[in-house]
Ligand binder design. Structure first.
Ligand SMILES: [Zn+2]
Length: 298
């Protein structure tokens, strides 16, 4: 098969961009249907904008993409993380599900993208701490929203969140812990059974964000993530600490960290499902037991 010719508009990929996002932007910029780009790369499959799936890709697909875009293969592999796994002779094993954060994909901040001359929709791989663009003070999950000064606690939480990642060469583990924390806060929010003080805080934030909406906020995962984000970061910090199963009670520490009424501890025990890795295997239904100190960030 002959090498494809250089496209008239050979866009560069954005850092950590999804392969589907990049190919669709190439198609848009060159006024081609995406199926034409699919055919030129010859992977035998269609690429959706929000997918990072390399089914059908081979090293020659990377070379064909390099020819189309006038870039060398190492530069493409550096920018498009999914290609790295394909190019490595001995790819790293897939991390266990417990270490795989779910927030892998986020639309690139529209203002950051515009500063690079990108005006269409671009999607990149992200970690949970990248759900906020600190430079432009924008929440990037779902529909991107500017973070107003009265919502500055989101910015402060994000700074703490990024600080938590210092010292980690790979943000995989702290990101997985953030997922566990987010599951806890979103369950409290959705079931309306979290600590009363936090429920009030979240209701206040909801009012500030979207006072006129008639839709049910409990159906909007992005809104829930945003409203509960500062508390999720606090829980992520607590989960990151090494725990002693005898002398430590995670939920008691939650009470202290949030300054909650200590009398709310029994209700918190009743209504909180701790991550499975934290439950004592002998008493899986009892949330107060602590897993052995396996969640150290060391
Ligand atoms: Zn930005």
């Amino acid at each position: 098969m002959t090498r494809p010719r250089l496209l008239p508009v050979p866009l560069a990929p954005l850092p950590n961009e999804l392969i589907g996002s990049y190919l669709n932007r190439l198609a848009d910029a060159n006024r081609l249907p995406i199926r034409r780009i699919d055919a030129l790369i010859a992977t035998g499959r269609h690429h959706s904008r929000d997918k990072d799936d390399l089914t059908g890709w081979t090293l020659s697909s990377i070379e064909r993409l390099a020819a189309l875009t006038g870039r060398n293969s190492p530069a493409l592999i550096h920018a498009l993380p999914s290609l790295a796994a394909l190019a490595q002779p001995n790819p790293l094993p897939t991390p266990p599900a417990s270490l795989t954060p779910t927030a892998w994909k986020t639309k690139v901040c529209q203002l950051c993208a515009a500063s690079r001359g990108v005006h269409g929709l671009a999607v990149q791989r992200t970690y949970p701490h990248q759900r906020i663009c600190l430079q432009h003070q924008r929440w990037l999950g779902g529909r991107q929203l500017p973070i107003s000064p009265r919502f500055h606690e989101l910015i402060r939480a994000n700074i703490r969140h990024r600080r938590l990642l210092r010292g980690h060469r790979d943000p995989l583990q702290p990101s997985a812990l953030h997922d566990e924390a987010r599951t806890m806060t979103s369950r409290w929010f959705s079931n309306n059974n979290g600590p009363l003080e936090l429920q009030r805080t979240w209701d206040d934030r909801l009012q500030m964000l979207n006072p006129d909406t008639e839709s049910d906020p409990h159906d909007d995962r992005n809104l829930i993530e945003m409203v509960t984000y500062p508390e999720t970061v606090v829980l992520t910090t607590l989960l990151s600490k090494p725990h002693n199963p005898v002398h430590h009670d995670f939920l008691a520490e939650v009470i202290r960290s949030f300054g909650l009424d200590p009398r709310s501890l029994p209700a918190l025990h009743r209504h909180t499902t701790l991550p499975s890795s934290m439950r004592n295997p002998d008493t899986p239904s009892h949330p107060s037991r602590h897993r052995p100190g396996s969640k150290s960030t060391a």
